[in-house]
Design a protein around this ligand. Structure first.
Ligand SMILES: Nc1ncnc2c1ncn2[C@@H]1O[C@H](COP(=O)(O)OP(=O)(O)OP(=O)(O)O)[C@@H](O)[C@H]1O
Length: 240
């Protein structure tokens, strides 16, 4: 479970996140939606300790990300929105590096690396430099690295962008399985169809404020419409 309590963030005097309160429960896939610049990445960066919080607090399974950063960082995996890191490492070197950080025993790491990289069809490329990978392959090796230590909480910033249909399908199945085991899966997306198809609940943010949290059905009921999520979203975030 992730609890965001009264969180505010400013950049150079401009409010990016305003009094955000959101509880992300266990056992569900939660989609995080909002137009460009709404504050999704800023929220995710504060949740994961990348950005300091100006006021308020965020806890992950009860651990405060600012007061207990080391303990909190052990229990989540973050797939960032950029996948161009560690380019000078070979795929296998990168995965071993991550496995070393999380002290994953040899047998388990071998099994997990094989499982994920075969699911994502990148097993044969592990001996090559990440620099030589396509965008989708980089995204897949990042996801593999993040899931390697089997974190309870998955936080994914636009995880499906650039994945081919088979890999996207595999990742969606993994997300569902992880949530069904009682864990937390939180992901940001611009893909409304994916959100509609995959998420149990959605949180919508606009200009740094939470404007909706609930199921897609509740959203449609609240706005008295049988319209697609796309139309409701456009209506909700229309600033005119
Ligand atoms: N490091 C920073 N310095 C100054 N302003 C920033 C910084 N990071 C984010 N912002 C501002 O905060 C607001 C929220 O940005 P954020 O990147 O969180 O949006 P987002 O919802 O993730 O957008 P997108 O969908 O385009 O990725 C924007 O107005 C952005 O310009």
């Amino acid at each position: 479970m992730i609890e965001i309590n009264q969180v505010t963030k400013e950049f150079e005097g401009k409010t990016a996140i305003q009094n955000l309160n959101l509880t992300i429960p266990n056992g569900k896939i939660i989609g995080f939606l909002g137009p460009n610049g709404a504050g999704k990445s800023t929220t995710i960066n504060m949740m994961t300790g990348i950005l300091p919080i100006d006021s308020g607090s965020i806890t992950l399974n009860g651990l405060d990300i600012e007061k207990q950063p080391l303990e909190a960082k052990k229990i989540f995996g973050l797939v960032p929105d950029r996948s161009d890191m560690f380019l000078r490492l070979k795929g296998m070197e990168y995965l071993n590096f991550i496995a070393d950080i999380y002290e994953i025993p040899a047998e388990i790491r071998k099994e997990r690396i094989e499982y994920f990289t075969k699911q994502f069809s990148i097993h044969d490329a592990l001996g090559n430099y990440i620099q030589s990978y396509s965008h989708g392959m980089r995204q897949k090796i990042m996801v593999t690295g993040v899931l390697l230590h089997d974190p309870d909480i998955w936080i994914l910033d636009e995880p499906l962008t650039g994945l081919d249909p088979k890999s996207s399908h595999s990742l969606k199945l993994m997300m569902r399985e992880h949530a069904d085991k009682g864990n937390t899966v939180f992901f940001s997306s611009h893909g409304l169809e994916v959100v509609e198809q995959l998420c149990d609940e959605v949180a919508i943010i606009n200009k740094g404020k939470l404007i909706f949290y609930g199921t897609v059905e509740q959203l449609q009921q609240e706005y008295a419409t049988d319209q697609s999520l796309e139309n409701v979203f456009l209506e909700l975030t229309n600033d005119e």
